[in-house]
Design a protein. Structure first.
Length: 60
């Protein structure tokens, strides 16, 4: 499931609103260990969406 989520986020990363929506959905779907891995991956690959990442991962 984690690989699927990464694929989706890669495809919607051009649109900040859509990226945030899909990221929130992914966090609800994944188990805790996968969320931590997703968090590391997102910060490494999508630093340009830092505000979105901070908002989404603070709640998780």
């Amino acid at each position: 499931m984690l690989n699927y989520v990464k694929t989706v986020l890669s495809r919607v990363s051009f649109d900040a609103k859509l990226f945030e929506k899909e990221l929130r959905k992914a966090i609800r779907l994944l188990i805790a260990e996968e969320v931590q891995e997703l968090k590391r991956w997102c910060y490494a690959n999508y630093g340009n969406h830092q505000a979105i990442l901070n908002r989404c991962f603070v709640a998780s």
